[in-house]
Design a protein around this ligand. Sequence first.
Ligand code: KG4
Ligand code: ZN
Length: 348
Amino acid sequence: MKHEPLVLGIETSCDETGVGVVRGHTLLADAVASSVEEHARFGGVVPEVASRAHLEAMVPTIERACETSGIKLRDVDAIAVTNGPGLAGALLVGVAAAKALALGLGKPIYGVNHLAAHVAVDQLEHGALPEPCLALLVSGGHSSLLKVTDVTTGVDPMGATIDDAAGEAFDKVARLLGLPFPGGPHIDRVARDGDSVAIDFPRGLSARRDLERHRFDFSFSGLKTAVARWVEARERAGEPVPVNDVAASFQEAVCDVLVRKALDAASSEGIEDLLIGGGVAANSRLRALAEERASKLGIRVRVPRPGLCTDNGAMVAALGAEMVARGRPASPLDLPADSSLPVTSVLA
Ligand code: KG4
Ligand code: ZN
């Protein structure tokens, strides 16, 4: 029987300290410690607070992952770590921990790209990744359309946000509506009792003149401003703000654009598999709309379960295991943390 690589993966690019253990496509442990509550009162992630929290959570999270999976550190075939993109100080903590483990255990280290890891994680749930596939990655930090031909060597960016990330827009609009941070799940929840066509909010970069230059790019900052203006006008007039309708109409505007552009990108490349990842992939309307429109085009949609969509160590281990399985070279031990690592670079 083929040996399936046993890999421990470390993720610290934002506010989640994730340590996952994977054997081939099988998830053995996914330990996550989040500092999200420490950032809540600031309405966004504070880099220094996140770095400090990673430092404190790292060793206990590694121990938890080993306990859950029942593995001994010396049994792993490799250590994988997110070395970018992300918050510089936060990435450094994970990269330093991974180097210490690799050196101490005498195992190879694989620096992996965070965005490619969001794609690779789906293998843990749905089996081997269809390649090529089109990935729509939407989270608090990124909104990208990627063409994935080989997840271990590089992914082609087809489009990205030119301003706010999709999750950031959810968080900002939630704040405007008096909902807690992170706002995405709250918007999702209150939108269920709202009317998604009550307010006609703008669809960013969807006008004909924008499509020439930005066919596969996103913009959410105009939408956020439109929601703010709409809410302010209501408040000025002394009228109550219909929170459910605003949330539902805003969510519809975001999901409409995300799904339309993702399916356009897939169709234009003749790709039949769309993968959605990142924290916003947990959105119920995004999933439903993608399924509905994709099925009409004969495109299959894969969305990992919410726990695997948000940042975690299992996704890093999944990509690391794939690199080992495909015989990719390990990274040097002086592998740098690169906060702006381009998505085209998967191999460190
Ligand atoms: O992937 P993730 O955990 O971390 C980043 O890399 O940013 O994504 C977090 C983002 C937050 O902006 C959060 O509001 C959003 O994902 N999010 C959602 C939902 N659940 C999480 N957005 C919309 N609907 C949801 N159900
Ligand atoms: Zn992420």
